[in-house]
Design a protein around this ligand. Sequence first.
Ligand code: TXA
Ligand code: MG
Length: 343
Amino acid sequence: MGKKLKETIVFQINSKIPQLTKIRKAASVIKQGGVVAFPTETVYGLGADGLNAKACARIFLVKKRPANVPLILHVDGKEHLFDLTDKVPRETEELIDKFWPGPLTLVLHKSRIIPQIVTGGLNTVAVRMPDNLIALNLIKYAQTPIAAPSANLFGGHSPTCAQHVIDDLDGSVDIIIDGGKTNLGMESTVLDLTVKPFKILRPGGVLERDLKKILGKIKIADSTKKNKYRTNMSFSPSAKIIVVEKTKGQINKMQKLVLKLIKSEKKIGVIVTEENKNEFNNCLVKVMGPEKDLKTCALNLFSTLRSFDKEKIDIVIAQGIKRKDIGLVIMNRLQKVTNKNIK
Ligand code: TXA
Ligand code: MG
């Protein structure tokens, strides 16, 4: 945490029956160019008026994010997509009917009203409608699309509860809305509709197999390669992370690695599925969830990785998951923070 620059107000709001007076207050702060962290169904967002370049500049400053990583605009109704974009392909309507509100971000050609800073200089814009009543009402009362990246410091893990946001941003934002834990724990799927075939730039809450049912053929960006959209930028959180891929003898490989690394007097942690929690007795063991319930594993991943940082663990050995459906999303997020993959 940096030096405390200002008093951050924390609002507790029930995301099922949100107290509208508090949301109106937060919305007026957004309207005046302020920055408000708020929950969505995926992760917490760091929001500002998406049509106000100066307000958006504060997001980059607060998050310490490079200016060339574009922001997502959040809307409170499907129809707003059309004000913000141009040359919308015909499949778009079916996609938003099926998946909005929800964790699907669409990349389209941008309309003229969007400030350059939002899109990091690109001529396309990312838009989504979040499935969370606090987020939706905040956008409604602010009467503007809300630009919001995940509400973490650049390079860290996305926040899945208000405490994570407080840990990273207390003293540098105006308001943090505490609406409890997010439902999914993983960010939205980013789908580029400006290329043919359409391309998943970042796998997330809406799965490839469900998109295929509507779109037929789609491409998926290689998560090991960098791209101009910066969707695959690698991060470097405090603990070094080594992923041991799901292959035969995986647990045995992890055990051997722990033994080897312990000798270097580093503090070692492992993150495993429920089934393997008793396989390690010489290091800190954390469980992401049962292997059969990857939804839970995804929900817990970021908060578990954060807790290793809090406990000053030097090296985390992560149990890799099969790259399929939610497993693909989990592995994509691990790929971004890993220093080494072991097959
Ligand atoms: O679930 C989410 O998407 C969360 C919540 C808060 O909505 N937001 C989020 O934002 O994860 P952020 O900024 O952490 O990640 C947005 C991703 C980045 O990888 C960025 O490169 C990509 O979306 N993106 C944004 N605009 C884009 C564009 N015009 N073209 C391609 N990629 C874009
Ligand atoms: Mg992020």
